[in-house]
Design a protein around this ligand. Structure first.
Ligand code: G1P
Length: 318
């Protein structure tokens, strides 16, 4: 699938297949890990919009019906039931809608009863507060519709306009209201909020090893994790093979596999696989560390800051 994921966090509710598309590459790393599937990446050469991304994948899609799932969207209830409903009625498009307090930040639907009258992308004056969720199910007619539209004011081929085109052409576009929570996790605050929502629902279990350590509340300690002189206060997840020494892990924290925390306190944060935090000397909170990030306090002189920080990172120093 073409992807615009800013973080590859969360799970996919659809299966992928191998193809012989010339620009496609099938990768077993790193994102396919743990999903038990093969994932084909089709790079979009320029960020010219979601409909453009879809057209980039045209030869991959063929005439099959498909799910377009924006990588930064997270739906509590997944999409398996919706895919079944879509397969049952085979409309040209099935879109998901949900009420939001800030509709001007999304595609917005105007309805007449259950019929969709109009879809408009990020309107200054939203006709309703019903946002388009970034998960769409399409039949092949959407490809023709995407070829027929013009770029929007922000220079993108909007998927919203392509769906509007289906409506204008008298095609069958159905909508479904999302009742469980939905998050567009494009920003750090949304990502942390999604993390909180996911952690609210975990079933506690301790499979790792605790040495002079304690867990409180709803906590998952996965296999092979080892805690020494550490307190984990839930809700929190400590991933497989993580090593926590002389550490405090506070509520709403997710630690990926192989994370190391030594002599440090971490709360309300997400640390992806292999991140390493030691001797911080201050509690870290509301943070997101990528894979294999190392964050440590040195004890040598001079007392300067040294860092290698990737693109688009943000660091706040107290
Ligand atoms: C995109 C879509 C928008 C949709 C949103 C959902 O916006 O264009 O219609 O409501 O995803 O996440 P973007 O997040 O790319 O600005």
């Amino acid at each position: 699938m073409p992807t615009r994921a800013r973080f590859d966090f969360g799970s996919f509710g659809f299966s992928t297949r191998r193809v012989t598309c010339p620009s496609a590459s099938t990768s077993a790393t790193p994102n396919a890990d743990g999903f038990g599937t093969s994932i084909t990446y089709i790079p979009q050469d320029k960020p010219l919009g979601l409909a453009h991304a879809m057209l980039t994948a045209e030869s991959f899609l063929g005439t099959d019906p498909f799910v377009m799932y924006l990588g930064d969207n997270l739906l509590r209830d997944g999409i398996a039931d919706l895919v079944e409903a879509f397969r049952g009625s085979e409309p040209d498009a099935l879109i998901l809608l949900t009420s939001v307090p800030d509709p001007w930040n999304y595609g917005v639907a105007d309805l007449n009863g259950v019929a969709i009258v109009r879809l408009v992308e990020k309107p200054a004056q939203p006709p309703t507060n019903l946002a388009l969720v970034g998960v769409y199910m399409f039949g092949p007619a959407i490809l023709e519709a995407a070829r027929a539209i013009e770029p929007s004011g922000r220079g993108e081929l909007e998927i919203t306009d392509a769906i509007q085109r289906l409506i204008d052409d008298g095609r069958r576009v159905e909508s479904h209201r999302v009742t469980g929570w939905w998050k567009d996790t494009g920003q750090l605050a949304d990502m942390l909020e999604a993390n909180r929502l996911v952690l609210e629902d975990i079933d506690p279990r301790v499979e790792g090893e605790l040495v002079e350590s304690r867990v409180e509340g709803r906590v998952v300690i996965e296999q092979g994790a080892r805690l020494e002189r550490t307190l984990v206060r839930g809700p929190a997840i400590v991933g497989a093979g993580a090593e926590l020494r002389d550490a405090y892990v506070g509520p709403y924290t997710s630690l990926g596999p192989g994370v190391v925390i030594a002599a440090s306190e971490v709360e309300h944060s997400i640390l992806l696989a292999g991140a390493h935090v030691s001797d911080l000397g201050t509690r870290m909170e509301a943070s997101l560390l990528g894979r294999n990030v190392r964050l440590e306090r040195g004890d040598g002189l001079p007392k300067t800051m040294r860092m290698i920080v990737g693109d688009n990172s943000e660091i706040t120093i107290p």
